[in-house]
Design a protein around this ligand. Structure first.
Ligand code: FE2
Ligand code: FE2
Length: 284
């Protein structure tokens, strides 16, 4: 017999509550395993989404290890991709992006109530894939004799998460559709430099990441459009307004049009980007 107060052992656990716990987890390997296990439970039906649940924000989000030290972006040096140390610095920077990306995806799950169930499942899938990316990069970094935390990093990604904490529409516009989409543009030139340096193993990891990231931006586009349609507003104009209101980083080329098209950007938006590519840069 179960008393009304004690949860039944066979009752599904609230996946959004679990996502919040994983977000608070500080140890990278534990966070990775927990993010992947959470998505597996949701798929297996042992964890269920409660869209209506309102969760209080605990202190200390996001959980992260004491290192890497977080510094201003301009304090991060650039090194040649030709040297193993230079490639280790690059792999570390990418691992840091993926660690943040796990947190960003989990944050969307617990923070924003009242969305369709598929929204939460989508972002738990993203968290699980970001965890996989982080593991691939960490393993490669270990082959260079380094670990996550060995080099300083910056906090720009989580900063945008903070700024958009009160508005799911702004979050979808500015995190997946802006920051993750910039990753689509950044990937080919980085991959080319790794390949040129003869680092095929690292280049192969970038291929896996790019393929999955197209899916993440597609998910961002899906939910951004869903929210725009619900509000009866034009998606492109709303994006431009939010980008301005939240002081999003200015987009600049070269853009990966092929990946952006696969990630669900519309021709009107791609044409606007093509226009940016031909403009002289005034923000340098
Ligand atoms: Fe990723
Ligand atoms: Fe991603």
């Amino acid at each position: 017999m179960h008393s009304p107060d004690s949860p039944r052992s066979d009752a599904p656990i609230c996946a959004r509550t679990e996502a919040l716990a994983v977000l608070g987890e500080r140890v990278p390997a534990t966070k990775v395993a927990a993010a992947q296990a959470l998505y597996a439970r949701v798929q297996g039906g042992t964890s269920a989404v409660s869209p209506g649940r309102v969760l209080d924000e605990p202190a200390g989000l996001p959980g992260r290890p004491a290192r890497p030290e977080l510094v201003e972006p301009r304090k991060l040096g650039r090194r040649s991709m030709q040297s193993p140390e230079g490639r280790a610095v690059l792999l570390h920077a990418l691992a840091h992006i993926e660690f943040n990306a796990i947190n960003l995806a989990l944050d969307a799950v617990w923070r924003f109530g009242g969305m369709p169930e598929a929204f939460y499942v989508d972002w738990m899938k993203v968290a699980s894939e970001e965890a996989h990316h982080f593991s691939l990069l960490s393993a490669r970094l270990a082959e260079f004799g380094h670990a996550y935390g060995d080099f300083p990093a910056h906090d720009g990604l989580w900063d945008m998460c903070e700024r958009t904490r009160g508005d799911v529409l702004a979050r979808m516009a500015l995190v997946p559709r802006t920051l993750e989409a910039r990753g689509l543009d950044a990937s080919p030139p980085i991959r080319a430099r790794l390949q040129q340096a003869g680092d095929h193993a690292s280049a192969a990891i970038l291929d896996v990441i790019l393929r999955d990231e197209i899916g993440h931006v597609l998910i961002g586009n899906r939910w951004f459009r869903h929210l725009c349609d619900e509000a009866g507003v034009d998606a492109h104009q709303t994006y431009l307004r939010l980008s301005d209101d939240y002081r999003a980083p200015k987009l600049r080329g070269p853009f990966n049009f092929e990946a952006r098209r696969s990630a669900g950007f519309e021709e009107e938006e791609l044409a606007a980007l093509a226009g940016l590519e031909t403009q002289p840069r005034i923000d340098d």
